[in-house]
Every structure is written in structure tokens, then in C-alpha cells.
Design a protein around this ligand. Structure first.
Ligand code: SAM
Length: 219
């Protein structure tokens, strides 16, 4: 149940700020045709991720949760020549849709899709050079393990963004008790004590309803 007011608001702002991009539109269409859930980030959020990555000159990006590769394309577009992105996805079907979308976007050479449970994928990674930017957007109960693995592989001054941390306010509602809100709560409880980072949550509203990002700077 998305409030038409916020859909209109996103479309209004996007009409000034987010240029049409055939590769991104194709990624959404191909994902819909393949029957993937409509749970990619919004265009405005994708552009925010792109701008944040560019703001820190990210050359190496890690993503957890690929789906059809919509957010991946926004992030890969932020990379300079020679930049690289690794994206971890559980479902082979999603990875196949995403790979075709990266090909269409001309980005396949920059992107490495790792298929399998992201907990295993991340645990087995020993990158020669650390990541600059990480976007965590997979199975929410695993937010904390993903964050801990991401932090191990991110340089000082790097950024980790975690999506869906507000969930229409349910994360803060004491009557809510499920794996989704608890996945966020566990991450927040850890961040409170984690001296290696500074973080804040920004709640968002738009065509995807009410939600938010936690932005984590590695000190
Ligand atoms: N980041 C994508 C975007 O904005 O375009 C959306 C990602 S979608 C919200 C979450 C994805 O995480 C799904 O494709 C799902 O299959 C994947 N996923 C779920 N459990 C996973 C796991 N254990 N390991 C890796 N990926 C997983």
C-alpha cells in the first residue's frame, strides 16, 4: 500500500534530478518479466547510492543482495576506469537475470556476481585490496553477520550502507517481534558498542513507502 502522494513526490523530484537511463529501465522491465519481486531500490535511492559512492571516489564496491541488478547498475556506474564491483546473490535465477542486465548496460566486465549464501561468500573472501563502499540489501536477519564481514574488508574512510532499517517504523515498535525487525535491532545493538565506526539512520519516504538507510563510516 503505497501512498500516491509519495509516488508523485518521487516522480516530481526525479523529473528534475534523475535522467532517464535505458539500461536501468531495461533492468526493471527484464526483472519484472522474469517474475522477480519488485523490491529493488527506487530510482532516487539508486542515484543516492551512486552519488555516495562517487563522493568517496569508490573504486571497489561490494553489494550483498543483487536481485535483478538494478542497484548494482547504479553502483557500477559510479566506478572509474579500472573500478570493480562484487555482488553476492543466493538465487541462481536472480543472478542470471542480473548478468543479462549488466551485459545490456555494458557493465559486465566491471561486475563479479557470486552466487550462493552471502554468509559463505563473504566469509571466503580475502580481497587483495579493501573495498571502499558496501551496500547491504539481502536477507534482513543476517544484517549483523554481513556487516561484520563487510567491515573486515572495508578501508578506513570507507562506507557501509544498510537498507530497510526503518520498515514503516516497525523496528522501533515494541509490539513487533519478527526476524526482519530483529535483524535490524541486532545490528543497531552492535553499532552502539562498535568503536570502529560512526553511523546514523536516515528514514526515507517515497514510491517504496516508509523505510530508511543506516549509513556507517569506518573510522
Ligand atoms: N539490491 C537489489 C536492488 O535494489 O536492486 C535488491 C535486493 S533484494 C531486496 C534482496 C536479494 O537478496 C534477493 O535477490 C534475494 O534472493 C537475495 N538473498 C536472500 N537471501 C540471501 C542470502 N542468504 N545470500 C545472498 N543473497 C540473498
Amino acid at each position: 500500500t503505497v501512498d500516491e502522494n509519495w509516488v508523485r513526490s518521487d516522480l516530481y523530484h526525479n523529473s528534475f534530478l534523475v535522467r532517464p537511463d535505458p539500461a536501468l529501465e531495461h533492468a526493471i522491465e527484464a526483472s519484472d518479466e522474469a517474475g522477480l519481486d519488485k523490491i529493488a531500490v527506487s530510482p532516487a535511492q539508486g542515484k543516492l547510492l551512486n552519488l555516495l559512492a562517487r563522493s568517496i571516489n569508490a573504486k571497489r564496491i561490494l553489494e550483498v543482495g543483487t536481485l535483478g541488478g538494478y542497484s548494482t547498475i547504479w553502483l557500477a556506474r559510479a566506478l572509474p576506469e579500472g573500478g570493480h564491483l562484487v555482488t553476492a546473490e543466493l538465487e541462481q535465477k536472480h543472478a542470471d537475470v542480473a548478468r543479462k542486465n549488466f551485459e545490456f548496460a555494458g557493465l559486465l566486465s566491471k561486475i563479479d556476481i557470486k552466487v550462493g549464501p552471502a554468509a559463505d561468500t563473504l566469509r571466503n573472501m580475502q580481497p587483495e585490496q579493501p573495498f571502499d563502499f558496501v551496500f547491504i540489501d539481502a536477507d534482513k536477519p543476517n544484517n549483523l553477520p554481513y556487516y561484520l564481514e563487510a567491515k573486515r574488508m572495508v578501508r578506513k574512510g570507507g562506507v557501509i550502507i544498510v537498507d530497510n532499517v526503518v520498515r514503516s517504523g516497525r523496528v522501533a515498535d515494541p509490539s513487533e517481534d519478527n526476524v526482519y525487525v530483529n535483524g535490524v535491532r541486532k545490528l543497531l545493538a552492535h553499532l552502539k558498542e562498535d568503536k570502529d565506526v560512526e553511523a546514523t539512520t536516515i528514514a526515507t519516504v517515497g514510491e517504496k513507502g516508509f523505510d530508511g538507510f543506516t549509513y556507517i563510516l569506518v573510522l
